[in-house]
Design a protein around this ligand. Structure first.
Ligand code: SF4
Length: 62
């Protein structure tokens, strides 16, 4: 499953980068998916980060 961040929704809390640092980084005031990690949507830490993102900006999908 793929994971991405909708930058229009992200308000830069940086929580994703703390919860799943192998997959998310915090750059330029936004959460970003690290290069090469776009297919990690099934990872439990990624799923938790998505559930807890305060702005629902983490998108999981095919
Ligand atoms: S947890 Fe959500 S709002 Fe916070 S930086 Fe990550 S994507 Fe953005």
């Amino acid at each position: 499953m793929k994971v991405s961040v909708d930058r229009a929704l992200c308000y830069g809390s940086a929580e994703c980068a703390h919860r799943a640092p192998a997959v998310f980084a915090f750059e330029g005031g936004y959460g970003v998916v690290r290069p090469g990690r776009e297919g990690w949507g099934d990872d439990p830490q990624v799923r938790e980060a998505a559930e807890r993102c305060p702005s629902q900006a983490i998108v999981l999908g095919e």
